[in-house]
Write a protein that binds this ligand. Structure first.
Ligand code: NAD
Length: 448
């Protein structure tokens, strides 16, 4: 199952060869994220008596690519950027996972995010492994043209380390459909002309007009809402009865909020990098209008009619559901004590620290863990990849139906594991995923 970085042989452009690295100085910013994933996997492995060799294999990524590459700025200067692609495991299928642009991106963070993708794909039972990528940059400091040149040069630097049947990126924090379109275009340019037709499936999350799938843009938010609906049904209530708060009003948070609005739920507060706001009146915040405001101004702050509040006050707002949809490490021991909700539905990856988990458990707050709750994105990415490879175009109803079906089955498997082994939902979700991976290793064995 080990896969070495692929060298670019026949490329029209010849990207530099990738390098494998062990660590970076800025790891100190996220000192323990991958270690946290390992501990989460160990806990679940212990609970279900997982084969020790599977635990051992998953304790390190298959491959780590680190690239440093030059980009010409608008004023003519050359700046160097560092980017990563970590390929954690591919026993179930090609590596799959987003590309993030953020100043705090580090090899440890990307490693953790890649491992979470391995667990997520196995849990929802789609034929992908886990990968993730990122560039350490604050995109707010770059112009649109600089971001485009940086994206293209990053793809060129990654070379054949990504590919439609090998490793398939997607949008993540600060990247979107437009970024994916640039990736396809650049990747296609590195292929011989006869092979360029393959390039479309190198990424998912493309604009619909450029080979993307209907439903992909909202898919992660849709999945979050589908899962909240399943949780609500188990509590004998409906989504229309619920109030909620959202942290992060980007692709995941805004879509989850807008779909919840359509179903009659009430948004009470929102927070992002620009600040926190609370509804001033009894009708709540209008999620569609707020999404428009964020598009225009860059954040939730200053939304007309809302009251500005502090981050602490935001965490303390009384509601049924809290949806973290920003970054890792937001629900800590401290903020979990402030929460006044019945459910944390994790739209973000890794939003809850182990201390946060312990406090939520002690306080009887339910958690729909990230690997289940935000899996809608990768499921519809899988649909997009299938459509690209088969030359097909599915309609929105078919995609929504197939997505709900996959998530309902995954929810059922986790619930059964929770009940049969008396586990919390996060450990149970990992246990289901690890069992799936164990099954494949048992059947395939290890070469030679
Ligand atoms: P995005 O860039 O579209 O939005 C990120 C949001 O987080 C923005 O509203 C931003 O203001 C906010 N934010 C950033 N730093 C913050 C901070 N310190 N405090 C509060 N808010 C902050 O990104 P996205 O694609 O919506 O991803 C959000 C999360 O969901 C990430 O954890 C990502 O890995 C995860 N996720 C995304 C997808 C997807 O399909 N995009 C799929 C699964 C999981």
């Amino acid at each position: 199952m080990t896969t070495a970085p692929i060298a670019n042989g026949t490329a029209t452009l010849t990207p530099p060869s990738p390098r494998t690295i062990a660590g970076r100085a800025h790891d100190a910013e996220h000192p323990k994220l991958f270690q946290r994933v390992r501990e989460q996997m160990d806990q679940a492995a212990e609970a279900v008596g997982l084969a020790p060799e599977v635990r051992k294999i998953l304790s390190s990524p298959v491959c780590e690519v680190s690239v440093n590459f030059p980009v010409r700025m608008d004023d003519g200067r050359i700046e160097m950027f560092s980017g990563y692609r970590v390929q954690h495991n591919n026993v179930l299928g090609p590596f799959k996972g987003g590309i993030r642009y953020h100043q705090d991106v580090s090899i440890d963070e990307v490693r953790a995010l890649a491992a979470w993708m391995t667990i997520k794909c196995a849990l929802v039972d789609i034929p992908f492994g886990g990968g993730k990528g990122g560039v350490q940059v604050d995109p707010a400091t770059l112009s649109r043209r600089e971001i485009e040149r940086m994206t293209r040069r990053f793809v060129y630097a990654l070379g054949a380390n990504i590919g439609p049947g090998y490793d398939v990126p997607a949008p993540d924090v600060n990247t979107d459909a437009r970024t994916m379109a640039w990736i396809v275009d650049t990747y296609a340019a590195t292929l011989p002309p006869q092979e360029r037709y393959r390039a479309l499936a190198v990424v998912t999350g493309k604009p619909v007009s450029a080979g993307g799938s209907v439903g992909r843009e909202k898919a992660t938010g849709q999945g979050v809402v589908d899962l909240i609906e399943m949780w609500a049904a188990d509590k004998n209530c409906t989504v229309a009865d619920l109030t909620y708060t959202v942290q992060g009003f980007g692709k995941v948070g805004a879509w989850a909020a807008r779909i919840l609005k359509d179903k009659g739920a009430k948004l009470l507060a929102a927070q992002d990098v620009t600040g926190a706001i609370k509804a001033s009146g009894p009708t709540g915040l209008d999620a569609d209008a707020l999404a428009e405001h964020v598009k225009k101004t860059g954040g939730v702050a200053g939304f007309p009619g809302a009251t500005a509040i502090t981050r602490e006050a935001f965490f303390g707002v009384e509601a049924d559901v809290f949806i973290p949809a920003a970054l890792e490490n937001q629900v800590t021991g401290e903020t979990a004590r402030l929460l006044n909700v019945r459910l944390v539905a994790e739209g973000a990856n890794g939003p809850t620290t182990p201390e946060g988990d312990a406090v939520l458990c002690e306080r009887g707050i339910d958690v729909l863990p990230d690997v289940l709750c935000n899996a809608g994105g990768v499921v519809v990415s899988y649909f997009e990849w299938l459509q690209n490879r088969g030359g097909a175009a599915w309609d929105a109803a078919e995609i929504d139906h197939k997505l709900k079906d996959i998530l309902t089955r995954a929810y059922g498997r986790v619930k059964e594991m929770v009940e049969s082994k008396s586990l919390d939902w996060r450990t149970a979700a990992y246990a289901v995923a690890l069992r799936r991976i164990e099954q494949v290793y048992a059947e395939r064995g290890i070469y030679p």
